[in-house]
Design a binder for this molecule. Structure first.
Ligand SMILES: [Zn+2]
Length: 264
């Protein structure tokens, strides 16, 4: 992908990013346009299929799509659960146990030092068949303003911490910028490290601890098939997240939903 094409894709991403908010800001994030992967706009679609090889990660052969992913792979009644800011030795095992009870799976967007501090949690996530996402080293929600060198450290450094925590064979598939602070540059760094930028479409705002009914109503307001739901297993007391999940999971199952991972 040429620089110009990256810039073009970046302009689309910037428009999306303008509506992004996440851990910390409280506004729901929506894909521009349809919300389908790689179809945010005609230009995004055109720029999402580079064959130049620029996006091939070191040692890899498959190009990584630089567009922010906003949906699951399958059509129909599927959702992708994502949990950010962990892992937490307290909350991650409880969430894993609850997911297992409903045969549900999720993607965990981990802060590098948290993974380093709790390697057993990273291994438990892998053992459960769940997946890993890079959520930076220092979780700064304005990382896009930093130098290329610093952003590279935030992304590549966290990826290495997660991989080291998980041990041999650990696979990290996505990068989610803290607060959704994506930019053309950090998406480029992300794909260079083999990580697909990962957004969300349903913001539970559970990080604010607004009460279980509010978390659930936030989810219901935006829930559609193919949604990527943002919740948190890190960042402090997640008892409200747990209580909301205890209601949400059986409800989704009873409505015929199944659980998938985002597209890489
Ligand atoms: Zn976060």
């Amino acid at each position: 992908m040429s620089r110009m094409r990256i810039a073009l894709a970046g302009a689309v991403a910037a428009a999306v990013a303008a509506t992004l908010a996440g851990c910390g800001s409280g506004t729901a994030v929506r894909a521009a346009g349809s919300g389908a992967s790689g179809s945010a706009s005609p230009s995004a679609s055109a720029t999402g299929k580079s064959t130049s090889g620029d996006n091939v990660p070191p040692g890899g052969t498959k190009p990584v799509n630089p567009l922010i992913e906003y949906t699951t792979g399958s059509r129909g009644r599927v959702v992708a659960l994502t949990f950010d800011d962990g892992p937490s030795p307290v909350w991650t095992p409880r969430i894993l146990a609850l997911l297992a009870q409903y045969h549900a799976h999720a993607t965990f967007c981990e802060i590098g030092p948290n993974a380093k501090a709790a390697p057993a949690m990273v291994k438990a996530i892998e053992a459960a068949g769940d997946r890993l996402c890079d959520h930076s080293v220092s979780h700064n929600e304005a990382m896009s303003k930093w130098s290329e060198q610093r952003q590279t450290y935030e992304i590549a450094g966290a990826k290495k911490m997660i991989e080291d925590a998980g041990g041999a064979g650990t696979q990290v598939d996505w990068f989610r910028a803290p607060g959704g602070d994506f930019s053309p540059l950090n998406r480029h760094i992300s794909v260079q490290n083999g990580l697909r930028p990962l957004g969300w479409t349903v913001d539970s705002q559970d990080w604010m601890r607004p009460g279980v009914p509010k978390i659930l109503s936030n989810i219901h307001k935006e829930l559609v098939p193919g949604a990527i739901i943002l919740m948190h297993d890190g960042g402090g007391d997640r008892s409200q997240t747990m209580a909301a999940l205890q209601q949400l999971l059986p409800e989704l199952v009873s409505k015929g939903y199944s659980f998938e991972f985002p597209v890489k």
